[in-house]
Design a protein around this ligand. Structure first.
Ligand code: PLP
Length: 428
């Protein structure tokens, strides 16, 4: 007999199954991580019951005294973590954060200049299948075929010629650091705004391991669930607030500050009620990220990525740009006669999770691709170190070189399951 209050065994059994998959496999998807028990705990609380449209102290609902404190703590902690003077922690995701920024600072049809999706950019940076490419006029820069790196002179030439209103930097699959100072000089030259989407490397940036976008970019967006190791979500920050340069005014004719424009880009612009249970989990993750232990973690993420890149190169794999500055790398599999689709589908048989990825100047479709993207954020949370990266690459190479050999794939899977059984899913 089922009733509304009977435990939903089907769903909880499936959740257990997913937990088992995460526990016994090796997770190399560059955008994933494992959150701490307290981050998860905060998400599964009564806070999910609360409506809180508006901002702390300025809500459209009663009973927000407690969630006000929670959201304010999240804001205060993230400002301390990144050295920001303003933050909005309400975006439900990275895509929502970018949508809110664009709604706040652009008009439909305005030109935007972003990093090409097929070279490592993100859908929300102007792809024709995304709101950003449909509502605005997208222009792109990419990497150089010979170096796999962005040529800043070429970005500048495009910016000066096209005069976009917004320049977007940041990527989903670019293993090198960004010259934010140079990009800001370009933006200033043409009167554009500069947005850095640091979704991938935000944890490394928070701890000073990469260049600091907050010093130079007008606006910074990020997801909270990648290297930052928080719950799934997004946020927007600024190094300093300023009057909007495009003269956008309130109905009363007042020039609005950028922070006020961005706040209204989130709500009521693109979202309704904030997810206060997720915001509480963000606050917990920011508290964790302020610790020295998290600093050690992100340093290890970066060292592991460098060790992994070295191990791939030693086995004659082609890494775009030849290596990595951050937590991830993009591997061109054409020199091995493989596609990204084959790599993804074969590695999963050995419980190694990666994702297929377009490489710059790819001749294959996004469903096939010539590349795979790997990152070390999740494996490092499990406790793996540099020498383990060489072992992972050895497994990957064995699987890819024997992709037709089911017995070999099963043997590797068994070794991996045993190995990962020794590493807890949750790090305190
Ligand atoms: N921006 C970048 C650079 C990303 O890599 C991603 C996600 O992969 C996003 C935005 C979107 O984040 P979400 O999936 O939370 O919407």
């Amino acid at each position: 007999q089922s009733s509304a209050l009977t435990r939903d065994a089907r769903i909880f059994d499936l959740i257990e199954k997913e937990k088992h998959r995460q526990q016994y496999g090796i997770e190399l998807i560059a955008s994933e991580n494992f959150v701490s028990p307290q981050v998860m705990e905060a998400m599964g609380t009564v806070l999910t019951n609360k409506y809180a449209e508006g901002l702390p102290g300025k809500r459209y609902y009663g009973g927000c005294e407690v969630v006000d404190e929670i959201e304010q703590l999240a804001i205060d902690r993230v400002k301390e973590l990144f050295g920001a003077t303003w933050a909005n922690v309400q975006p439900h995701s990275g895509a929502q954060a970018n949508a809110a920024v664009m709604l706040a600072v652009l008009n439909p049809g305005d030109k935007i200049l972003g990093f090409d999706l097929s070279h490592g950019g993100h859908l929300t940076h102007g792809s024709p299948v995304n709101f950003s490419g449909k509502l605005y006029q997208p222009l792109f820069y990419g990497v150089e075929a010979e170096t796999g790196r962005i040529d800043w002179d070429k970005v500048e030439a495009t910016a000066v010629k096209e005069k976009p209103k917004l320049i977007i930097c940041g990527a989903s699959a670019y293993s090198r650091d960004w010259d934010y100072e140079r990009l800001r000089a370009m933006a200033d030259q043409i009167g554009a705004l500069l947005l850095a989407d640091i979704s991938h490397p935000s944890g490394l940036i928070a701890k000073g391991l990469l260049n600091d976008p907050l010093k130079h970019c007008h606006i910074v967006t990020t997801t909270t669930h990648k290297t930052l190791r928080g719950p799934r979500g997004g946020m927007i920050m600024m190094g300093e607030d300023f009057d909007n340069p495009f003269g956008l005014k309130t109905p009363k004719g007042e020039l609005r500050s950028m922070s006020s424009l961005l706040d209204s880009g989130v709500f009521p612009g693109t979202q309704g009620g904030p997810l206060e249970h997720v915001i509480a989990a963000k606050a917990v993750a920011f508290h964790e990220a302020l610790s020295d232990a998290y600093g050690d973690y992100v340093r290890q993420v970066q060292q592991n990525a460098a060790a992994m890149a070295k191990a791939f190169v030693a086995r004659d794999y082609t890494i775009i740009s030849g290596g990595t500055d951050n937590h991830m790398m993009l591997i061109d599999l054409r020199s091995k006669g493989l596609t990204g689709k084959l790599a993804e589908n074969t590695l999963i048989k050995a419980d190694i999770t990666i994702n297929k990825n377009m490489v710059p100047f790819d001749d294959k479709s996004p469903f096939v691709t010539s590349g795979m993207r790997v990152g070390t954020a999740a494996a490092t949370t499990r406790g793996l170190k540099e020498s383990d990266m060489a072992r992972i690459v050895e497994y990957i190479d064995t699987v890819l070189m024997h992709h037709d050999d089911d017995a070999k794939l099963s043997a590797v899977k068994e070794e991996i399951n045993q190995w990962m059984g020794d590493y807890p899913l949750f790090q305190a």
